[in-house]
Design a binder for this molecule. Structure first.
Ligand code: ATP
Ligand code: LTN
Length: 327
């Protein structure tokens, strides 16, 4: 049994990329591991968020965790800012992170590109992510491919801290299964599907209505060919849609290719929409039930209490070793 931890930012509507790249694995891992899944609101504010939107999205992501199948009896579900230790260890690790390491982070470069002013939080964000993971002594971190570099930095920081202050932190491994680790945009297969993309046509939101889902998938960009073939380099758009089909239907890429042999894109896209609607309709119903009940607040309070206990223990051990006067 491993300690597992991951988080999703409440920075917009959750997408099928978040579901396939992250949540599906959360649900799978919860049965045999000690899991902590959080909504990382402190990360979301590294880019500007409207207060009302942040509030709504935070509750929405927490409710979607449950609607997608995370069972609060098996996993600890909580909001990052409810556990004070995150911000505190985040600061301690920031002092141990080199500028050069942060300057190399591609997510920072992507998100800062073309902006007139960029908050310093966006730059030091990987140290906070390392804190999230190290506080719980997590051994396994299920994430999409885009988080690989941040995880590598987390490992480096764990080793650096252990060398400097004595063995304390578990050095975590990523859990990035090959299928669905990088779901691409529907309008541009060179970019990952992202909830912060200003064009809603570029992503499938988990809460999109069936009509909207069908429309978005029918308009998804494809090449000018006809064959439903999996060639990520030559046919990146269709290959992305094949991967989405495989992940949503729980079948292999080869199964999908075989099924649509000799058929055009139109029919493939129509069936893909059926598969996505069939997957998302029950999730959306469960989501509405959860939002209408009061259970969520209780689950999150309980989750924060459980998480704080583990996190505070690690933080206090470290502070003592670093030479802080303990109260
Ligand atoms: P933002 O666009 O606001 O940065 P995001 O959509 O990338 O957000 P995050 O909250 O940063 O979502 O990511 C939550 C999890 O979902 C992470 O593990 C991330 O790797 C995964 N993920 C996000 N987008 C994709 C994608 N397109 N394909 C696979 N996994 C993804
Ligand atoms: N940086 C991640 C979200 C994130 C996370 C974490 C993931 C914050 N803290 C801890 C795994 C473990 C992202 O942008 N997707």
């Amino acid at each position: 049994m491993a300690r597992v931890l991951s988080g999703i930012q409440p920075s917009g509507q959750l997408t099928l990329g978040n579901y396939i790249g992250a949540m599906l694995n959360f649900v799978k891992l919860q049965h045999e591991n000690d899991c902590y899944f959080m909504v990382v609101d402190l990360h979301a504010i590294t880019v500007p968020q409207e207060p009302e939107a942040l509030l709504e999205q935070t509750e929405s992501v927490a409710a979607l965790y449950l609607a997608c199948g995370i069972d609060p009896k098996l996993a600890t579900v909580f909001i990052q800012s409810h556990v004070r230790a995150h911000a505190e260890l985040g600061w301690l690790l920031t002092t141990m992170t080199y500028m050069g390491e942060l300057e190399r982070m591609t997510q920072f470069k992507d998100k800062a590109m073309g902006k007139d002013s960029v908050g310093a939080g966006l730059f030091v964000y990987p140290s906070l992510m390392a804190a999230d993971i190290l506080l719980y002594q997590a051994g396994l971190v299920p994430v999409g491919d885009d988080q690989r570099q941040h995880l590598e930095l987390t490992r480096d920081l764990a080793i650096r801290m252990n060398n400097r202050f004595g063995e304390l932190f578990t050095v975590p491994d990523g859990y990035i299964p090959p299928v669905g680790k990088r779901v691409m945009s529907l309008d541009d297969a060179s970019k990952k599907m992202s909830k912060s993309n200003p064009n809603p046509g570029s992503y499938i939101a988990l809460l999109d209505s069936p009509d909207v889902l069908r429309k978005k998938l029918s308009r998804a960009v494809t090449d000018s060919g006809r064959e439903v073939q999996y060639h990520p380099e030559e046919k990146p758009e269709v290959s992305n849609l094949i991967s989405i089909y495989a992940a949503c239907a729980g079948v292999s890429i080869e199964d999908v290719v075989r099924r649509f042999e000799g058929q055009g894109y139109g029919n493939f896209k129509k069936e893909l929409a059926d598969v996505v609607v069939t997957l998302l309709e029950p999730i959306q119903k469960k989501y509405r039930d959860i939002r209408e009940s009061n259970d969520l607040r209780v689950i999150l309070r309980d989750g924060a209490a459980r998480a704080s206990e583990v996190a505070d223990k690690t933080l206090n051990q470290l502070k003592e070793r670093m030479g802080f006067l303990m109260p």
